[in-house]
Design a protein around this ligand. Structure first.
Ligand code: PEP
Ligand code: MG
Length: 324
């Protein structure tokens, strides 16, 4: 399928209205890395580090992790890689680190909550990342941050890890970017200080949508009732975009919807300028983005909303079909 899009692989993603959209890929396994070259991705917008933990039957060591991360950075050849710290719990359970039975795992002890309550593994991981970077730029993102304090505490762990490395005389990253995933509605309403302090945000649409609609992402019966192109959800995303614009906080979107052409166009029309997706989606998403005028799509979205439609899907689809 990627061959079909080979002719646009190295073309910059600029829409008909002249808006540049950055397209990056999601990854997590070594097997994903060749796609960085083949897909035309500008970098790795989401590296899911838990996959390396999930494919093992025991906890990886710091040096194993460090050599994996080094290999990732080497393969990226200077392209930006956003390493997301361990996101376990809920749908991602480690056989050797099972959480106690929880009535609602998706709302339970997962991701950064585990990282902050039992910081041993997160500390090891941060150290492995710093060593892998070995003087190169490093980008780290914390998953499932629900409030400013959690980001502050995670950031403090990173600062401590850096201090430790400095004392040990190891090379520190040339530059360091620390960000958070916005996956809970609460974070969209965090104090302005949070938006000023965080170096970037990435919307984890899979989780954000499940909490916005209170519909389990793993349960087709309820998940399918709620469309991403639902007017309420798009309005919510618009609010996040506006808050980020106000504080100049770089914002991306890395949930599965970023890789669906129609959804991607609507996200761009709502103001998102960076989308991260599975590598095979980059061609189809880029191909459509190159042909659209985002202002026109935005107008279609707004008109559909005013007319009281629950989802803008039908209206946007019709607009795209009629595009010359
Ligand atoms: C998300 O929630 O949208 C996301 C990108 O993270 P994951 O799918 O790994 O939970
Ligand atoms: Mg998530």
């Amino acid at each position: 399928a990627q061959e079909r899009y080979a002719s646009i692989r190295d073309v910059e993603t600029v829409t008909q209205c002249g808006t540049r959209i950055s397209l990056t890929m999601n990854a997590g396994l070594m097997a994903d890395l060749p796609s960085l070259e083949n897909s035309g991705a500008e970098g790795v917008g989401l590296f899911r580090t838990e996959l390396q933990f999930l494919i093992r039957n025991k906890m990886p060591t710091r040096s194993e992790l460090s050599s994996i991360y080094k290999h990732v950075l080497d393969s990226a050849g200077g392209k930006r890689v956003v390493f997301r710290t361990l996101d376990i719990g809920s749908d991602k359970v480690l056989s050797y680190m099972k959480p106690a039975d929880e009535p609602n795992p998706a709302l339970g002890w997962r991701a950064i909550r585990v990282g902050l309550d039992k910081p041993g593994v997160m500390r090891m991981q941060l150290q492995a990342l710093l060593r892998a970077a070995n003087g190169r730029p490093l980008t780290v993102m914390f998953p499932f941050v629900a409030q400013y304090d959690e980001y502050r505490a995670a950031r403090a762990e990173m600062d401590k890890a850096i201090e430790r490395e400095r004392i040990l005389g190891h090379a520190l990253p040339e530059s360091l970017e620390i960000g958070a995933m916005l996956e809970t509605p609460s974070l969209a309403f965090a104090p302005k200080r949070f938006f000023e302090e965080v170096q970037f945000l990435s919307i984890g649409g899979n989780d954000l949508k499940q909490f916005f609609f209170a519909a389990d992402r793993e349960n087709e019966r309820v998940r399918k009732r709620y469309d991403t192109l639902n007017v309420s959800f798009l309005t919510f995303l618009q609010g996040i975009v506006e808050r980020c614009e106000e504080t100049n906080t770089p914002l991306s979107f890395c949930g599965e919807d970023a890789g669906r052409p129609l959804e991607a166009v609507c996200l761009a029309a709502m103001g998102l300028r960076a989308l991260s997706m599975r590598p095979a989606s980059i061609g189809p998403v880029k191909s459509l983005l190159l042909r659209v005028d985002l202002g026109a799509v935005r107008q279609v979205i707004e008109e559909a909303a005013v007319s009281g439609e629950q989802s803008v899907r039908r209206a946007v689809l019709e607009h795209l079909r009629n595009m010359s």
